[in-house]
Ligand binder design. Structure first.
Ligand SMILES: Cc1ncc(COP(=O)(O)O)c(C=O)c1O
Length: 507
């Protein structure tokens, strides 16, 4: 740590007197952004208030107010007589919620927003944390790893001109045919291989959709609460995002029509709403498609994790119900197989196909031919279906273990629902417990739980923990729930009294 201690002194903090933002707030925001993005690391000593004030040419009281705010929010800790240090136990990074200073009420218009402005709320390292119960992690068993090795070796062994040159930006025809057959059989998707575009996963598919859909700068609906990366990608592209509440039937289409009847698109997770897990009811599906048809709006279906269904009737895709080619269907192999693969696909309506393929081409030309050859063989030879079957059993066991452990150990504090599908569950907090407090303290106890309330935008937030079970082997679950229980107990303790001046809210 010592060697890093001088870094904050060298940091290029700047303030401007041109705008309306008070100086203390500018100092606070810059420091917080640098801390959250880990440009300034935990344990780093901040310059003294006197030094920083002199460096920035501002009054010392402005720097003191900024430091007090950071201290009150847990970003720093003060060691008496020895200065202010960036906290070793950082509060969870802000990735589900845009800082309040950036969003006027329910609509967020940010056409002029540059990516720079987003660096303080997108935590780009969050998903690589291995600890329980981080979301989006998968398991790959020895059998699949061995097959993957063999098929990769075979693909390398048969390298030929087809692998070395440029190829179809949509992906190889072999892979597109296989994906198409799979989607028709498993998800009742209406498609032909010409409409399939292989992408690096959901995120790239969303990015392309956002680039090619006309009029997205006007208005789009998103679910509230929502998958933060969809919302952030839209905001980064300057869309006007209208959060539409989700209830027990999924997105409230009537509320969407009342809020923004002429929106150009809606982004939904109908099979397993993220994060609530609610399934979009048939009535709502039909309502949504009717709205899309009537308004010539697009429905973007993110069908992540549909492979992992543990009970109840299999759910067909929303795209399969659509008679008018208004749905862009997005699927991912990064969940069905493993996130490091970086492969997914979109089924693109004919009217958008040319623009979509062009955007994909301009972005990164094409998917890697070699990875496509391996995935193609894995799917064609039946290993994909077998892998899904095995993982489904495993994930179901892990889900059951987690549900039982939570009910046993934390039944008085949490209400736990066992989801029929997916890779995470939602546990609602009881008796006024705050999910954000548990999230923060959980980190100190080595567990990653996501506070659902932070995934809300405008709707009244519900306090719940979102816990991933797919990537965490059964034997790790009970000990992790034990640590979570300690975190829950600690979160109930009264918090440290705030220091004078720290009550000023900066967001
Ligand atoms: C709602 C949702 N969609 C899609 C994905 C998958 O994204 P990708 O394919 O980019 O890894 C995730 C992963 O966490 C998700 O939660």
């Amino acid at each position: 740590m010592k060697s890093r201690q001088g870094w904050a002194d060298l940091y290029a903090f700047e303030v401007s007197r041109a705008g309306n933002t008070p100086l203390f707030r500018q100092v606070y925001l810059q420091l917080r952004s640098a801390i959250l993005s880990r440009r300034l690391r935990p344990g780093t000593k901040l310059p003294s208030t006197r030094e920083l004030a002199a460096q920035l040419g501002v009054s010392r009281s402005a720097v003191v107010a900024a430091y007090e705010q950071l201290l009150a929010e847990g970003y720093t800790s003060g060691r008496h007589g020895s200065g202010t240090y960036i906290s070793p136990d950082l509060p969870p990074p802000i990735d589900g919620k845009v800082p309040r200073h950036m969003k006027p009420a329910a609509a967020i218009t940010s056409a002029a927003t540059s990516m720079q402005a987003f660096s303080d709320f997108v935590d780009v390292t969050a998903q690589s944390d291995q600890r329980p119960f981080n979301l989006g992690r998968t398991l790959v068993d020895a059998r699949s790893i061995e097959l993957w090795r063999k098929l990769s070796a075979r693909a390398f062994g048969s390298l030929g001109p087809d692998h070395f040159g440029y190829s179809d930006p949509r992906g190889t025809i072999e892979l597109r045919k296989t994906i198409c057959e799979y989607l028709q059989a498993a998800r009742a998707v209406r498609c032909d291989p010409e409409q399939i575009v292989v992408t690096a996963g959901t995120q790239q598919a969303l990015d392309i959709v956002i680039r090619v859909l006309p009029g997205l700068d006007k208005e789009v609906w998103i679910e509230d609460p929502c998958y933060p990366l969809t919302r952030q990608a839209l905001l980064a592209a300057g869309a006007t995002v209208r959060p539409i509440p989700v209830d027990a039937q999924g997105i409230d289409v009537g509320a969407g029509i009342a809020t923004a009847p002429n929106a150009r698109a809606v982004f939904v997770t109908p099979s397993h709403q993220f994060p609530t897990g609610v399934v979009l009811s048939m009535a709502r599906r039909l309502e949504l498609l009717a709205w899309g048809r009537e308004k010539n709006a697009w429905v973007v279906e993110d069908d992540y994790a549909s492979e992992f269904r543990y009970g109840g009737r299999p759910l067909a895709s929303l795209q399969g119900l659509d008679e008018n080619e208004r749905v862009i269907y997005i699927g991912t192999l990064n969940k069905a197989l493993f996130p490091g693969l970086r492969m997914g696909y979109a089924v693109v309506p004919h009217a958008l196909l040319r623009a979509f393929v062009t955007a994909r081409y301009l972005m990164d030309r094409q998917p890697s031919t070699l990875s496509q050859a391996v995935v193609s063989a894995f799917m064609e030879q039946g290993h994909f279906a077998a892998h899904i079957r095995r993982m489904r059993l495993l994930y179901r066991e892990q889900r059951d273990e987690l549900v039982a452990a939570l009910r046993n150990r934390l039944g008085a504090d949490l209400t736990v629902h066992a989801p029929d599908q997916g890779m995470h569950l939602v546990a609602f907090t009881r008796k006024g417990l705050k999910d954000t407090a548990i999230e923060r303290v959980g980190r100190q106890h080595g567990v990653i739980v996501r506070a659902m309330s932070r995934l809300y935008v405008a709707a009244a937030p519900r306090s719940a923990l979102v816990l991933g079970f797919s990537g965490h082997p059964r034997q790790t679950i009970m000990p992790a729930v034990e640590r979570l229980a300690q975190a829950v107990a600690q979160s109930k303790l009264p918090s440290r009294p705030k220091r004078r001046g720290a009550a000023r809210r900066c967001e």
